[in-house]
Structures are given as C-alpha cells and as structure tokens.
Design a protein around this ligand. Structure first.
Ligand SMILES: Cc1ncc(COP(=O)(O)O)c(C=O)c1O
Length: 471
C-alpha cells in the first residue's frame, strides 16, 4: 500500500555544504532508535510519562565488572572500586554497584548518611570532600569510616575528635599537584610542590591520635590523556616513599580517584568520542604498570603492594542511562534555524552545558534535516540543550532520545519550574521498575511551612495588614 507522505509547508533553506568535513560526519542524521535497552519507547512513555530517564541494570553491571577486570588483571595487589556517590546517588544505582562489591566514596554529610542508610559498612566508606562538619566527622570516626583529609583545619578537628574518643584514627591525605597534562585541581587537598603536603604528613606523624595509612588524589574529570595518570602515580609514589623514609606513615592504600572519560562528546571537540577516548585498558595499563614499577622496593623489603583504589564515576555509569524527551512545539528563529521546544531541558540534563549528547529520533521521519536548536521547557534563556543539530522537522509528540546521560544528571538536576520525572530501571530480566518516583505537588510542598497568618492567600477583613496597605 502506498503511504501518503505528510504535508510540510514549503520553506526556503540555505544549502549548507560541509556536512562532511575533515573532522568526519558532523551531523546527527535521522537514524531511528525505536527502543531503549530493548523496550519500546512509546510503550515506556505511555506507562511512565515523558520526560523519562531509563537506566539499564545489565549495562551497569557489565561496565563495573569490566572496569574491575581490566585493573585486577594488571595489578598484583588488591583493587577496590569506590562508587563516587555524587555521580549518581539514586539508591538502586548505588546498590547495584555495592552488590558488585564497590565501596562508597562520599563527600558530604548527606552522602555519608545515605551510604549508611543503604547499609554500606563504615569501613567500606571513603569520606572525601572539603566540608565535613564536626558532627558527621565524629560519627564517621566512631564508626570507623576511612577519612581523606582535605585541609589543615580538618586535620586539627579530626585530631581533637580522635582524642575525645580516645582512638588512634587511620587517615589518608588528599594531595594535589601538576601532572602537566590537565588543569590541576589545586583547591582540594594538600599541595605537594609547595611543601604543604609534607607539612600535613609531619603533622599527622606528630599526633598521638592520627596514623597515616593512605594517599589520595583525584586529578580532574574527563581526562582524555592516559599519560596524565602515569604522571599522577609517579608523583604520588615519590611522595609515598619520602613519607615512609621519614617514618611519617606506612601507606596501605593508594587512591588514584576517578576522572576516566565516558563515551560522550565534549563541546568543542569535533571528532566523535570513539576516536578521541582511549579504552579503559589503556588507563589500567599505565596506572597499574607505573604503580608496580614504583613500588618494587616494597616487594624487595617483603612488603605487600598497596591496595589500589579507583573512584571512577562517569566512565561507569554514563552510557547506562538514556533520557526520553518529547517535542512540545516548534518555531523558526530569526536567523533561519529551526527551534524545537522539548519537555526536558537543562533542569534535567545538566550535562548539556558541556556535552553534545548523541540524539536519536524514535520514529522514521522523511523530512529534510536542517540546522535546529533544541530548547527545554524553562522560561529562561539559558535553557538550551543543543544550540545546533541537524534534524528533520519535528512535530508535537515526536520523541528524541538523549544518550549517555547516566552521570551527573540525576544528582545535579534542578528542581526549577518543572517537576522532576520518573526514573526507571530495566532490570536483568527486561522488566521495568520505577527507581525514583516523579515529583508531584505533594512532594514539592512537603518542606514548605505556612505560619498561621499566611495559611490563606487572602487577607481576612479585620487584618491590620489591610489597614496598612490602604494607607
Ligand atoms: C574525589 C572524587 N572522586 C571521584 C570522582 C568521580 O569523577 P569521575 O566521574 O570524573 O570519574 C570525583 C568527581 O568529581 C571526585 O571529586
């Protein structure tokens, strides 16, 4: 049967050459994906609404198993992965990773309490971050969590708490330094080049209540150059040797943080991520190889290798989640671009500020692709999920998929103007489960309190405020 093509109003479009340029195919063609992790998009939207975040349990388990395998097969000592909660702290996501033996890496009272609430044993919690107040630090110390000290005031506070509790607390120092490959994150931890880090190590050594057993650094995020990690390990290992030679501590674990990139495109990088992102095995090769080389002396002395800790976030979870969004309407901008308004914007897709996510259509569309801007639902000019993408004409109700959105969206999303939507998980049997319920008026107003005289939006007739207003 001959299918009638939908009518489209005639438009004059500039012919743009250079769809393929020296950087390869720059545009998003009308490739269609009708399913997400094996499930039909329309059926998902019918059941759970739009926008909708869809996560895959199998993909997440496969990713973390692979990460562990590539490191464990290259390192002769123990390897631990600690899940960086801030990347995505949806409870179900955390527990999948904990079931796969990941520890928790937390950076606030909330994250610490959440890990404990989920049932993570304290000795499997790494407490990082620059803001640990006395109350939470006291809890973490008395429960036996592993604390990475960020600054000198925290060191003093920790010493006081340890003294109060009459404990010797094993601690590690967060270090920062310049690897020469990525912008150094100097604001976290103690700086090696300036001597601050050695000063902190001797302060720990002088304390009767603190004992230095670990070193940590996190050199940044989305580090596309594996050699940055070689430099990191060498700098940390040199510091470790010096600390041990001075008798300031015996290092049992060596935490290299996270920072491995996910298969996503950063804004301004035109080559596709498949061509710019090194495989995890390359990161494992340099980290494990360098650490084994740098710790030869320990083996000669009959000491075991330090435990290698990884805190990889986005590389583990990014490609395990997709966002389904629907078209609300369209318009044409004065510069000739098509513009499409979606029901999901930067309120949900925080990472749109620095990524060009892969975008897919979910149904065939015969229209001519043209330069299109994708806007979200917020009444704010900044709410642009894509300034420019080649897409065929879209009509209200059409869906788009935003791929690889599992990292830093379900934690950095904003409750602003719109309710946050359902997040569902496609479990190992292909069944769908809601893992975070959509917000509604009840959940959104649960924290509001109305003083007695503000219970009504109307002033009562005898209210003195009325008299004031009429003057
Ligand atoms: C201390 C620490 N560890 C791990 C991570 C996870 O980083 P990524 O998602 O880049 O792997 C972060 C993120 O900022 C961090 O601050």
């Amino acid at each position: 049967m001959k299918v009638k093509k939908p009518w489209e109003p005639p438009v004059i479009l500039p012919h743009r050459l250079g769809e393929i340029n020296k950087f390869g195919n720059r545009i998003c063609r009308d490739e269609v994906e009708e399913t997400v992790f094996g499930l039909n998009v329309e059926e998902l939207v019918e059941r759970f609404g739009s926008p909708l975040f869809v996560s895959s349990e199998s993909k997440l388990r496969a990713n973390i198993r692979r990460l562990k395998r590539v490191f464990e097969s290259r390192y002769a000592g123990p390897v631990v992965h600690a899940w960086s909660y801030k990347t995505n702290y949806t409870s179900a996501i955390c527990n999948i990773l904990h079931q796969e033996s990941s520890w928790a890496e937390v950076v606030s009272a909330f994250e610490y309490q959440k890990a404990r609430w989920l049932g993570v044993p304290p000795e499997r919690i790494i407490f990082n971050g620059p803001n640990k107040d006395e109350e939470i630090l006291r809890q973490a110390v008395s429960e036996g969590a592993r604390i990475h000290i960020d600054h000198m005031d925290e060191l003093r506070l920790l010493e006081r708490i340890a003294k109060d509790l009459d404990k010797v607390v094993e601690v590690s120092l967060r270090l920062n330094f310049d690897t020469g490959f990525s912008e150094p994150w100097y604001r976290f931890g103690f700086n090696i080049e300036s001597g601050q880090a050695h000063h902190a190590a001797s302060a720990v050594a002088f304390s009767a209540n603190l004992k230095l057993t670990g070193l940590h650094s996190h050199i940044g995020t989305f580090i596309t150059e594996p050699r940055a990690y070689e430099a990191q390990v060498r700098i940390m290992a040199k510091f470790m040797r010096e600390v041990e030679e001075r008798g300031e501590g015996l290092i049992e674990f060596f935490d290299v943080g996270g920072g491995f990139p996910s298969v996503n495109s950063l804004k301004g990088v035109y080559l596709p991520p498949e061509q710019t992102i090194a495989d995890l095995s390359e990161y494992a090769e340099v980290i494990c190889g360098t650490l084994m080389e740098e710790t030869q002396y320990r083996r000669r002395d009959g000491r075991s290798l330090p435990m290698l800790i990884l805190e990889s976030g986005r590389a583990v979870v990014d490609d395990t989640q997709v966002l389904i969004a629907s078209v609300v309407g369209g318009k044409r901008l004065p510069d000739g671009r098509r513009a499409v308004v979606l029901d999901a914007g930067t309120n949900l897709l925080f990472t749109a500020f620095w990524y060009r996510h892969k975008v897919k259509l979910t149904a065939p569309n015969q229209g001519l692709p043209a330069d299109t801007a994708l806007f979200g639902p917020l009444c704010m000019n900044i709410d642009e999920v894509r300034a420019s993408i080649q897409l065929p004409p879209l009509k209200p109700g059409d869906r788009l998929l935003f791929k690889s959105v599992g990292a830093y969206n379900n934690s950095q999303w904003m409750q602003f103007i719109e309710y946050r939507p359902n997040v569902v998980l496609v479990d190992r049997h292909g069944e769908v489960q809601v893992i975070r319920k959509a917000e509604n008026l009840e959940s959104m107003t649960a924290h509001d309190l109305l003083p007695e005289h503000l219970k009504s939006p109307l002033l009562s007739a005898g209210d003195p405020a009325l008299r004031g207003a009429s003057k």
